[in-house]
Ligand binder design. Structure first.
Ligand SMILES: [Zn+2]
Length: 248
């Protein structure tokens, strides 16, 4: 599929819209606030006009400032929107033969991104994202005919064992649920193992660089969600290639 394909463009626009809603979830879920309700400026609390809620474009048009109070709007908003748009295009490119399957995959990647973002901020994954992720992953596996028991059991079991062994110190219970969803999403267990392996390699590299540069100390807890999300995305895009490298 070409990036100029109407489906790819449609997915990009849809992804930007999901990203816009993602900003609301990132902001409100960790604080336990209601998800519905109009958005307001973080600084002056003025309700934002509907015409100023167009993903990315409104940010550029307003030059990154609130229309009412002129204070800066966080660059986080257009970035979350853009990343969501790109994730939707990745899903469209991965499954060109079925737009429905591609859409479900896109939503899964978007949920993973939101969970990674929130986990990095608050060291925890809201069940309001986690549980829907597992259910949608189940739907995806059923729809694409890749439903297996092994992949979610191995992925979740791996984290459950660590959780039991460390009494919840090494990994959070949210990681177990997340891993089950990732197993369902990836379909067969070797792909789930690749995702976890990539997550550990990236996580260990980041931790090492952080320790050397003294950005993090030994006592710091590092959220694992972002690395699981990266490992899963890498497996979705390059999984077959990575598996062929390991098992020729
Ligand atoms: Zn304002």
């Amino acid at each position: 599929m070409q990036l100029t394909d109407p489906i790819a463009i449609l997915f990009f626009i849809l992804g930007l819209t999901f990203g816009s809603f993602g900003n609301v979830l990132i902001l409100r879920l960790p604080k336990g606030q209601r998800v519905v309700g109009r958005s307001q400026c973080a600084k002056c609390k003025t309700q934002i006009m509907a015409s100023d809620l167009i993903p990315v474009i409104s940010y550029i048009f307003l030059r990154g400032k609130c229309r009412s109070c002129d204070k800066k709007i966080s660059i986080q908003y257009p970035i979350v929107e853009l990343v969501s748009g790109i994730l939707f295009v990745i899903a469209a490119v991965q499954i060109p033969e079925s737009s429905i399957a591609a859409l479900i995959l896109a939503i899964l990647l978007w949920l993973l991104f939101l969970m990674a973002f929130i986990d990095a901020q608050i060291q925890g994954i809201p069940d309001l994202l986690n549980i829907p992720f597992v259910l949608i992953a189940l739907l995806f596996a059923w729809f694409t005919g890749t439903l297996t028991v092994m992949a979610p059991v191995i992925a979740a079991g791996f984290f459950a064992l660590q959780w039991i062994a460390s009494k919840g110190a090494w990994v959070g219970s949210g990681d177990i649920i997340l891993a089950a969803g990732i197993g369902l999403m990836l379909g067969d267990w070797p792909r789930a193992v690749v995702a976890i392996a990539v997550a550990y390699i990236v996580g260990a590299t980041v931790a090492l660089v952080g320790l050397i540069t003294r950005q993090i100390s030994r006592k710091d807890r590092i959220a694992f969600g972002p690395f699981l999300a990266i490992g899963t995305l890498v497996t979705v895009v390059w999984g077959e290639w990575l598996l062929q490298m390991v098992i020729p």
